[in-house]
Design a binder for this molecule. Structure first.
Ligand code: PGA
Ligand code: ZN
Length: 437
């Protein structure tokens, strides 16, 4: 049973405040850190920031106090293993549709820490505990999707699209996938240096390179070149998260691929309608070995998503991130209009582990993929590594194989694979079979 609830303000990988929670039970003290996004969806659960001048308004003292003064007394004495009951108490206490009263950053920290306390009480690893919590799907080692070129709002270049992935689905184990990813990442670094000079190897928020290029197609070409040069043609495929809500201009209803440039440098050719954007992706998928696209259109543009899924959905996993915000009710809408064939799972978009699992189950029932994700603002907490194996989602993205707030998740997966030993199943080419291994 929970005997103490504590929280504090710590800093994330961008140097912004975030919430850390500590739950104490007879088994010890269990900690969890909450991540934070930059290209956030409109329908995400609310992250409470203090405002004012302290930390430029980004302080989380209010959320920390909500954990200590409001959530703490309400869950004192409860069984930490019963995560569903704890989440329910917090949801009732909050009482808003978007967790706006207590803050998703307060609630999620408690929900995650409770999973750790529950696992410790059962004397089992976190991934085993989470697996049972989710109804015991087959545990699977995921294909790591390495975001090796950063753009969008995650980097200081003019590249409009946010993420470009190396996807080593031809590896035979997670460990080998890490090796392939790391070697290709370093090969890419050499290529960038040769083509664009030393400053092009500086990295963005997720550890991928942020070269001074503005064309998404050039980024795709660079990945293919690096894969070939590293000797992994056919073993490493590619994907992208353009985070299209960032390029979408609400006033004109069009996508502006020059949105990061000063107005004088923007060109009319970079303005695209939804249909033109769909055609653009169809063309890219015919020219490059693309197997995954996330948020290829704006978060309210279910129509363009559905058009693209109808055209590419066989060969390419089309993932909804900002489109769904890991929210079961919005996923239902996507299912009814066949908007995508997969959902991104970010625990802080919805704010409790119970609801994240509910969204996951909806997708598994539809034979959709589930793609577990970090946030651009991360911490050294590796919770999502355990969660990915537990749910058997088959793939996750947690940045480039660079920077420790990204690597701590990948490194935890290396430990889990070793722990599973000969029982470890690596998703490989079946990475879309989330929850159905
Ligand atoms: P975010 O980016 O964490 O800044 O929202 C990640 C993503 O869009 O997938
Ligand atoms: Zn995204």
């Amino acid at each position: 049973t929970i005997t103490k609830v504590h929280a504090r303000e710590i800093l994330d990988s961008r140097g912004n405040p975030t919430v850390e929670v500590e739950l104490t039970t007879a088994d010890g003290t269990f900690r969890a850190d909450v991540p934070s996004g930059a290209s956030t969806g409109e329908n995400e659960a609310m992250e409470i920031r203090d405002g004012g001048s302290r930390y430029l308004g980004k302080g989380v003292a209010t959320a920390v106090d909500n954990v200590i003064s409001t959530i703490g007394p309400a869950i004192m004495g409860m069984d930490a293993q019963d995560v569903a009951a704890l989440d329910k108490v917090m949801l009732d206490l909050d009482g808003t549709p978007n967790k706006g009263k207590l803050g998703a950053n307060a609630i999620l920290g408690v929900s995650m820490a409770a999973c750790r306390a529950g696992a410790a009480h059962r004397k089992e690893p976190l991934y085993v505990f989470l697996n049972r919590l989710a109804g015991s799907p087959t545990m699977v080692m995921p294909v790591p999707c390495f975001n090796c070129i950063n753009g969008g709002v995650h980097a200081g270049n003019y590249l409009p699209f946010q993420e470009f992935f190396l996807i080593p689905l031809g590896a035979s184990s997670f460990k080998e996938a890490m090796q392939l990813g790391s070697e290709t990442y370093h090969t890419l670094k050499g290529l960038l240096k040769k083509k664009y000079g030393l400053d092009s190897t500086a990295v963005g928020d997720e550890g991928g390179f942020a070269p001074r290029i503005d064309s998404p197609e050039e980024a795709l070409k660079l990945l293919v070149e690096a894969i070939d040069a590293a000797g992994y043609t056919g073993k490493i495929m590619i994907g992208s998260d353009p985070a299209s809500s960032e390029t979408y201009d609400k006033a004109s209803g069009k996508y502006n691929l020059d949105f990061k440039k000063p107005e004088g440098e923007q060109t009319p050719a970079s303005i695209k309608s939804g249909d033109e954007l769909v055609s653009y992706w169809v063309e890219m998928a015919s020219k490059y070995p693309i197997v995954l696209l996330e948020d290829p259109a704006d978060e309210n543009d279910f129509e363009s998503h559905a058009k693209l899924t109808a055209r590419l959905g066989g060969a390419v996993e089309i993932v909804g991130d900002d489109l769904y915000c890991t929210n079961p009710a919005i996923v239902e809408r996507g299912i009814s209009c066949k908007a995508t064939n997969a959902m991104l799972l970010k625990v802080n978009q919805i704010g409790t582990i119970s609801e994240a699992i509910a969204a996951y189950k909806l997708c598994v029932d539809q034979e959709w993929g589930v793609f577990v994700s970090h946030r651009s603002g991360e911490t050294e907490d590796s919770f999502i590594a355990d969660l990915t194996v537990a749910l058997g989602t088959g793939h996750l993205k947690t940045g480039a194989p660079c920077r420790s707030e990204r690597l701590c998740k990948y490194n935890q997966l290396l430990r889990i694979e070793e722990d599973l030993g000969s029982n470890a199943i690596f998703a490989g080419k079946d990475f879309r079979k989330s929850g159905r291994f």
